[in-house]
Ligand binder design. Structure first.
Ligand SMILES: [Zn+2]
Length: 817
């Protein structure tokens, strides 16, 4: 799965909503940390679904071929939730069955012997609350294309098929979908045929002839548009809701390059009969790697006009889900405790795609940023990647995604490229079509490379945390020696120990640079290096190869030197951050300005701008202003946003106004609107209102105007914001307007009331975000309705944790009063 919305929105764009995206929790819930013991092996599932579209109901027939795995199996248990089972037959004869809240139990009549095979046929119907979703037009959105789509992970397939629903089994699968004749369907595997029914509908027949785990089953149907392509003889399908056709080419320009790269580098050609990527409305995930048929969200479609402003388009989510076709689908975690074998790899291969396509600097920068984020998620630190102590399989998602990806990066560095990719090849081939635990990966690596990685996995995967280094050095001129002191400052406690890692130390002097690998394993160690002249720069862990924090006190001169001369992006980025923390140091501001304008890598320019935005005063502002003409729109917009921090300068407003009106990139114009609000420019209200009323691709300017009105804090905007919060407006505009109006006229109970009414909004993209808007508003009046909602259980899956956190925050407010 892809983590909600965090990757897709272009993180360089800041603003309120981005922080909301970051908070979006994973969907679904899986609370079985251990795989089950099985009574039977599910060998084939043939599902046929019919849809009563307006009633949001389904009718289903499923034939399941099973083979008993032990003697004396007298009943078969299928996961089944909220489905009305109408009849069950075993081997063609009516069978006794009973249902509980979570199961369908079918009697075999007599005990079966191990290896005995049976065919179970189940007829059922239901109105699924999870697993299968209808998106339909209504009076507010009459143009909405009709869509039906499923989301199985983690344990939701059971809401639309009575089935064995845990990942420690695999089955072949056939999916028949009977739909209106103008609809298109997508499912796993090969399209075997489409036949006309006598009532004018059509039945599409999809066959997945290589086994999958049942959470990877997918069924999509609706008023969709398909564009067909091919890669090495395999059908490649790009599918979007009707009306979004113009975004197909700008969204999928690189799918086939990704297929080439992953297939060739792993030495395992893409393993399925097709590759379909389908964008659907109101998807409850960021993306889902259903076998051969990835589902994505329209939120990530790339508008062709905005594509040049977007550095990577939909690459991150596309590469993530594509990598899962090997890691997750071909080889699948056996239980949720080993979910990192899916998600760590998918995350790693996002970065690998970036490295290969955009360059190593981009990948190194991405890892550097994610490292910082991981350490901020404090609850991750004491918990290992492989962990069975959870309520929800993605509760520790930053360990399984971010740290998992980092661990694979370190593994590649440890093994070397040939060994690393050779080991992955062996892992995939050895475990092809199987369900795995981490030990299977370790074994495959050792078989392939003869390198023992037990210690590596012990400290990085089975134990918790990461090293927190404190480093200092002294130069001994007479002895021509540099002495480096290294301390591991992490609290050794529970599953966090001292780390044993080889670290590259680089020493630069006027005579050149030398790199020394040193083994750091103790709480405190010192190392000496011969040097000919005073060091200009000392780097500990050159290139940021090890997941860690580093406290390395350096003087301004060395930091300035490092910001300009360090070879790798992470080392220059570290120096830029440290320079931003120096107070009253004009040379630091000048050096940051120099980096903001002249660093060859865009990410360093962004980091320098970020640092300058935090330094108050005119010199910093002048440096930021000098960078607003950056050729890259994503750097330019970042510079314009930083200008919003210089509230004292009244002369800024005309400059921002000019940018808001004339920059050729919409994202830069949007950033200027945001900054006009931030500096409380004299005409800001009128300018933002005009922006709300203007049209632009994907409503970029309108939404920036709505967001800006919240930031400006002028209560005159309330009626306009309420208007744009209302049903009928685009979901994205409603989100921005709700968040903005939540910040205004805090005594106005009608605003709270209106927002509360959207808690029951039928649109996922709205009722989810209003939770954040109510949190932002902080009005205890919302407490009752939120508690009621929580009690009712009547919310989309995954909303629970957000509801609970808003309730906790609001209660805190009432208590402090
Ligand atoms: Zn994923």
């Amino acid at each position: 799965m892809n983590r909600g919305f965090r990757r897709s929105r272009g993180w360089v764009r800041s603003g309120l909503l981005l922080s909301v995206f970051l908070l979006l929790p994973p969907r679904g819930r899986a609370d079985e940390p251990y795989a089950r013991s099985r009574d039977y092996d599910l060998q084939n599932v043939r599902t046929h679904l019919w849809f009563a579209i307006d009633q949001r109901r389904i009718r289903g027939e499923v034939s399941e071929s099973i083979s008993a795995l032990r003697d004396d199996v007298s009943e078969l248990k299928f996961d089944s939730v909220d489905l009305k089972i109408e009849s069950v037959a075993v081997d063609g004869k009516a069978a006794k069955f009973l249902t509980t809240a979570n199961d369908l139990i079918v009697s075999l009549g007599r005990p079966a012997k191990r290896g005995e095979r049976h065919e179970v046929f189940i007829q059922y119907e239901g109105r699924p609350k999870k697993g299968l979703y209808f998106v339909l037009p209504d009076k507010n959105y009459p143009q909405q294309p009709k869509e039906v789509w499923t989301q199985g992970e983690a344990e939701d397939t059971r809401h639309y098929i009575p089935i064995y629903d845990y990942p420690n089994d695999r089955t072949t699968s056939e999916m028949l979908l009977t739909v209106p004749k103008t609809w298109i369907t997508i499912s796993n595997g090969r399209l075997v045929g489409v036949r006309d029914e006598t009532d004018g509908t059509k039945t599409w027949d999809w066959q997945q002839s290589e086994a999958l785990s049942t959470y990877l089953i997918s069924a999509i149907a609706g008023e969709l548009i398909e564009k067909d392509d091919a890669w090495r003889g395999i059908p490649v399908r790009y599918v979007v809701p009707r009306g979004q056709e113009s975004k197909i080419d700008s969204t999928f320009p690189r799918t086939k390059q990704m297929l080439d790269l992953f297939s060739d580098k792993l030495g395992v050609p893409y393993p399925w009969a097709q590759y379909a990527q389908t964008f659907v409305d109101e998807f409850v995930e960021g993306g889902m790697e259903n076998t051969s048929a990835t589902t994505l969200t329209v939120r990530d479609l790339v508008n062709p006009i905005l594509a040049p402003e977007d550095r990577t388009g939909a690459d991150t989510v596309e590469s993530h889900e594509l990598a899962h076709q090997w890691f997750g689908d071909l080889v699948t975690c056996k239980d949720w405790a080993n979910l990192w074998l899916n998600e760590g790899f998918a995350t790693y291969f996002e970065h690998f795609w970036m490295e290969q396509h955009y360059g190593p600097d981009d990948a190194a920068y991405e890892f550097w940023r994610e490292q910082g984020q991981w350490f901020l998620e404090k609850q991750m630190y004491p918990v290992p990647i492989v962990n069975r102590n959870f309520d929800d399989s993605e509760q520790y998602q930053d360990n399984i995604y971010t740290k998992g990806g980092w661990v694979l990066r370190m593994l590649r560095a440890t093994l070397g490229d040939d060994n690393f990719f050779g080991a992955l090849h062996n892992y995939l081939e050895t475990n092809r079509g199987k369900n795995v635990v981490t030990a299977d990966l370790v074994k495959a690596i050792e078989q392939s490379t003869s390198i023992d990685v037990d210690e590596f996995f012990h400290q990085w995967v089975y134990r918790a945390g990461a090293p927190e280094y404190e480093v200092s050095y002294a130069y001994d001129a007479p002895a021509r020696q540099l002495k480096l002191e290294v301390h591991q400052r992490q609290k050794v406690d529970g599953l966090v120990g001292l780390f044993d890692v080889t670290i590259d130390v680089e020493v630069a002097t006027i005579d050149g640079r030398k790199t020394y690998p040193v083994r750091v394993s103790e709480a405190s160690q010192s190392f000496t290096f011969p040097v000919d002249s005073p060091p200009l720069m000392v780097l500990f862990d050159k290139g940021d190869q090890v997941l860690k924090t580093l406290e390395f006190k350096k003087g301004p001169a060395e930091l300035i030197y490092q910001s300009k001369n360090a070879e790798t992006v992470p080392d220059r980025a570290d120096a830029v951050v440290a320079l931003g923390n120096l107070k009253d140091y004009p040379e630091a501001i000048a050096a940051l300005g120099d980096r903001a304008q002249h660093d060859p890598f865009w990410g360093i320019r962004v980091e320098a701008l970020r640092a300058l935005g935090k330094v108050e005063g005119s010199p910093a502002e002048q440096e930021v202003l000098a960078a607003v003409s950056d050729e890259k729109p994503w750097v330019r917009s970042f510079a314009v946003e930083q200008l919003g921090h210089f509230k004292q300068d009244r002369s800024l407003a005309p400059k921002l106004l000019d940018i808001a009106a004339n920059d050729k990139a919409y994202r830069v114009r949007a950033a200027a609107l945001d900054s006009l609000a931030a500096i409380q420019a004299p005409d800001a209200y009128d300018i933002l209102v005009a922006a709300v009323k203007s049209d632009s691709p994907d409503d970029t300017l309108r939404n920036a105007g709505l967001e800006g009105l919240g930031k400006l804090g002028d209560d005159r905007a309330v009626p306009l914001l309420l208007e744009w919060s209302a049903p009928g407006k685009s979901y994205r505009s409603r989100q921005d307007a709700m968040m903005a109006v939540a910040r205004l006229d805090k005594k106005n109970k009608d605003i709270t009331k209106t927002l509360v009414s959207y808690l029951r909004d039928p649109y996922f993209d709205v009722n989810f975000w209003v939770l954040y808007a109510l949190g932002e508003r902080g009005d205890p009046e919302a407490l009752g309705p939120l508690e009621e909602l929580l009690k009712s259980g009547d919310f989309s899956l995954g909303e629970k944790s957000v509801i609970v956190s808003q309730i906790t925050a609001l209660r805190g407010k009432t208590d402090s009063k």
